[in-house]
Design a binder for this molecule. Sequence first.
Ligand code: ATP
Length: 207
Amino acid sequence: MKSVAQTNPVVEPNENSKKKRVGILGGTFNPPHMGHLIIADQVANQLDLDKMFFMPDSLPPHIDYKDAIAADKRRMMVELSISGNPLFNLETAELERGGVSYTFDTIIELKRRHPDYEYYFIIGGDMVDYLPKWYRIDELVKLVHFVGVARAGFPKESQYPVMWVDVPLIEISSTQIRWNIQHKCSIKYLVPENVENYIKEEGLYLE
Ligand code: ATP
């Protein structure tokens, strides 16, 4: 394992275990952007992960997400953005289950499906503060390793065990990209080129 900044007690992964080390980046991906790709790559590299799941949610529990575009379009953009990276995979558990996406339910399902996987669940610094409110969080922290990545304006602190991985601070957000499109500002280099083309072809986020 490469250098990892840790500020909280961490459940040490068993280096000798035969389990596959699998990262999960869950999100609404409305749309996916370069920040998502950079943090997933950095975490995969620094924690020597065997693969990384990009997992679009169906309905996130924490917000009233009326602005999220249809799930099939978010899924398509995630597929486009991860194409060409053999470590990155689309995970559709939450889209297939539908309804509100509780991470606890998802992890139970994924563990049943892949008992030989050990999960590293990435959360941006903006999400860490919400952990105490997550559904069945006390059980969830025993099922996954939470991996924190810093986000501008949010402290690297948590009431729950989080292993912090140092990644470059990237101030790109899906909110900013939607804003740029509505205001006719460029999104070039903020999202992968194939995602930019898809957004244009489908006329997404214009209003
Ligand atoms: P929005 O602006 O619509 O809230 P977002 O940019 O936060 O969206 P999500 O799809 O909600 O994107 O993010 C999925 C996960 O990736 C979350 O844990 C989020 O904190 C994290 N994340 C997204 N962008 C960044 C970034 N630039 N730096 C660090 N973490 C990020």
